[in-house]
Design a protein around this ligand. Structure first.
Ligand code: FDP
Length: 341
């Protein structure tokens, strides 16, 4: 595995990685660099949010029926602009937009080779209480022919992602991403305005003793899910002792902690609507990118029965149950859910 020099900028790192592939055109690196730039701008706005009076519901609802907050709109616009300014992206899928966004093909000399799925500001219910929120992204190679892209370009299995990453706007802002060659973390140094390599080759502990779940949903879970959570609080589990509960309610923040400390984050299927049991998290721009990062850090991600990365999406805003984290802890969850149907 390559030795990485801590402290180099994210853009330099991306460029160095690109040099490992002499045939690379640099287009893919440009997309990553645009994401880095947009993340800096959004980070600045998140930090100023309380001051700048841009916190609060904008009064609209997004396609999921949730309140859209102003910062969501800001982040959505910035990431979409960053991708559209880059002539290599043809199609964008965003949590905030019902349909795919085709970047303006007229500005492109050649059809863009890539498609991007993005959750511009995840954990939005935490915005106005100063709790960590994040951005999640995923990059696919375009598969449709012709000049414009189409939904099929983003409706690809997670194991076809070329890159996945997230930005966490927390006590510091960090960008964590993978192109399938290790998971690397960069911390934003606000004094120089650069993401600096702080966590090369991140590895998730093989087993942990934390579980992260909205336990208020207990009455709505399937019996197997309840049994599993009860087991986590006993001694018959991989830790051999009652696990500690940690739940922020912001996927990026909950996953980020799980990546560092080990254990499991889960949002299982629930029966709040008995006729339509479902997971909450979105496959394309939440579960699949997080799963790619987890696997590249030595962890695992499943919907209880299938590896997240092997699920073929059929809809843009498709939801899935998600169990992600340390290998032993995800395997333990799977033992309860595999045969539950
Ligand atoms: P939010 O609704 O605040 O945007 O998918 C969105 C998400 O947050 C995740 O970030 C988070 O893990 C989950 O939903 C929290 O859901 P609950 O409030 O139902 O626990």
């Amino acid at each position: 595995m390559t030795a990485f020099r801590r402290g180099i900028t994210c853009n330099r790192f991306i460029y160095n990685e690109q040099k490992q592939f002499p045939q690379a055109s640099g287009e893919f690196s440009e997309i990553l660099s645009q994401i880095v730039l947009a993340a800096k701008v959004v980070s600045r706005e998140v930090n100023r949010a309380g001051l700048a009076d841009i916190v609060g519901a904008a009064g609209a609802t997004n396609v999921q029926g949730e309140d859209v907050q102003k910062l969501d709109l800001y982040a959505n616009r910035h990431f979409i602009d960053a991708m559209s300014d880059n002539c290599h992206v043809s199609v964008i899928a965003s949590e905030e937009n019902e349909d795919i966004i085709r970047t303006d093909p007229e500005r492109m000399l050649r059809p863009g080779k890539y498609a991007v799925a993005i959750d511009p500001l995840d954990g939005s219910s935490n915005i106005d209480v100063n709790v960590s929120i994040g951005t999640i992204f995923s990059i696919h190679r375009r598969i449709t022919p012709g000049h414009d892209g189409g939904p099929a370009d983003v409706l690809q299995r997670g194991d076809r992602q070329l890159a996945a990453g997230y930005v966490i706007y927390g006590s510091s802002t960090m960008l964590v991403y993978t192109v399938g060659r290790g998971v690397h973390g960069f911390t934003l140094d606000p004094s120089v305005g650069e993401f600096l390599l702080s966590h090369p080759n991140m590895q998730m502990p093989k087993q942990g003793s934390f579980y992260s779940i909205n336990e208020g949903n207990f009455p709505y879970w399937a019996p197997k899910t309840r049994e599993w959570v009860v087991a986590l609080k006993g001694t018959e589990n991989p830790a051999g002792k009652p696990n500690s509960l940690r739940y922020i309610g912001s996927l990026v923040a909950d996953f980020h902690r799980t990546l560092f400390k080990g254990g499991i984050f889960a949002y299982p299927m629930d029966f709040k609507n008995p006729d339509k049991p479902r997971g909450k998290l979105r496959l394309l721009y939440e579960a699949a990118p997080i799963a790619m990062i987890a696997e590249n850090a030595g962890g695992r991600a499943t919907d209880g029965q299938r590896r997240i990365l092997e699920i073929q999406p059929t809809e843009l805003h498709e939801r899935t149950p998600l169990f992600v984290g340390s290998e032993a802890d995800v395997a333990f969850a799977e033992r309860f859910h595999r045969d539950a149907g």
